[in-house]
Design a protein around this ligand. Structure first.
Ligand code: VGL
Ligand code: ZN
Length: 202
């Protein structure tokens, strides 16, 4: 068992990011048994859940003439446009059925405001509007995070870099992560996370 100041952060292990889902990550479901085993090691366990309204502005369908995976400028910066995914209350937004969600202490939802996306578990994509997760972890005395889940190059990376920036010790378990990997984004993410002092393990 790990010390009580260590938390496991499980990012977006949802049906839409697994094979057959709307924004499927290759081999995404392979992380589930590894994460289930890891959950036994940690006292503090947090799940994040991508949770969008049907008219979310990160969906390509909301922008006339735009296709998924194209990039547009938003008031808060560049935004990749996605196929509709993780729509609130749908089966796609549900956790993978084999993920042992009953063990989790907290489920933090993100991306629920129409006008802004939220890759990070800590801040929306303006990088300044908090989700509340930092307050939760701090008040529980957590200082070190192990991060796992989907997708390595988007939500896991943004969460890990924000956490490192806020002073948490951060380790990524690469065997329990899978990437979307568009245009070299996985390689870029690995480099950016190493630069931020994040330990890439496995
Ligand atoms: C994610 C793209 C859009 C993720 C979420 O969980 O990495 N990626 N929404
Ligand atoms: Zn999303």
């Amino acid at each position: 068992m790990r010390a009580a100041h260590e938390a496991l952060i499980i990012v977006d292990v949802q049906n839409d990011f697994c094979p057959g889902g709307a924004l499927a990550v290759a081999d995404g479901d392979a992380v589930v048994p590894i994460i289930n085993r890891l959950m036994h090691e940690f006292e503090v366990k947090v799940l994040t859940q991508d949770w969008h309204p049907l008219n979310h502005t990160s969906f390509a369908r909301q922008h006339k003439g735009m296709e998924p995976f194209q990039v547009i400028g938003m008031p808060y910066g560049e935004q990749v446009l996605w196929p509709n995914h993780c729509v609130q209350g749908t089966e796609g937004a549900a956790f993978h059925p084999d993920l042992m969600t009953d063990f989790a202490d907290l489920i933090i939802r993100k991306g629920f405001r129409r006008e802004i996306d939220s890759y990070s578990a800590f801040f929306e994509n303006d990088r300044e509007t908090p989700t509340g997760l930092d307050g939760y972890l701090r008040t529980r005395g957590v200082t070190d995070l192990t991060m796992v889940g989907l997708a390595t190059d988007f939500c896991v990376q943004f969460s890990a870099i924000d956490a490192a920036r806020m002073g948490y010790g951060v380790t990524l378990r690469m065997d329990a992560c899978r990437a979307i990997d568009m245009d070299g984004s996985l390689q870029q993410a690995r480099a950016a996370m190493s630069d931020a002092g994040i330990v890439l393990e496995g």
